[in-house]
Design a protein around this ligand. Structure first.
Ligand code: MG
Length: 160
């Protein structure tokens, strides 16, 4: 019988001038971008943590520490690929992933199909196994005040 496991991930990055806004592997035109040691792709980081959590493999900071020069400025798609490799090495396959990006601005819905295409290819899963949603927080809190962007993800994995 298949062993089905669930994991969740959450991440936040600060918005700042002079950085590109990269979400779900897609560069989105905006006046500010996310600050971080890597490219600060908050959606990918939440997905990595959901996958690692489902496999009981700690978290993204454990595997890819932000003190390491190796990961400075790195494309988070590389981290996602490596995360998926860790999951598969343990004998798991990805069931499905559902994620939510919380951002007041810019409008993300037009970019979501491209994020799904990019990340499903990165993880080598069908696009129907990855769902990405976007919401504002009605101008409330750090997201609503455009100080940062957060992302949540849940993942099911199976050991067949
Ligand atoms: Mg992060």
């Amino acid at each position: 019988m298949a062993n089905t496991r669930i994991g969740m991930g959450y991440d936040v990055h600060r918005l700042t001038e002079g950085r590109k806004l990269i979400l779900g592997g897609v560069e989105i035109p905006h006046t500010v971008g996310l600050l971080g040691h890597s490219d600060a792709d908050v959606l990918i980081h939440a997905i990595c943590d959901a996958l690692l959590g489902a496999a009981a493999l700690r978290d993204i900071g454990f595997h890819f520490p932000d003190t390491s020069d190796e990961f400075e400025g790195i494309d988070s798609q590389i981290l996602l690929r490596r995360t998926v490799a860790l999951i598969r090495e343990k004998g798991y396959t990805i069931g499905n992933i559902d994620a939510t990006i919380c951002a007041q601005r810019p409008k993300l819905n037009p970019h979501i199909p491209q994020m799904i295409d990019t990340l499903s290819e990165c993880m080598d899963i069908p696009t129907s196994d990855l769902n990405i949603k976007a919401t504002t927080t009605e101008r409330l809190g750090f997201v609503g005040q455009e100080q940062g962007i957060s992302a949540y993800a849940v993942a099911l994995i199976e050991n067949v």
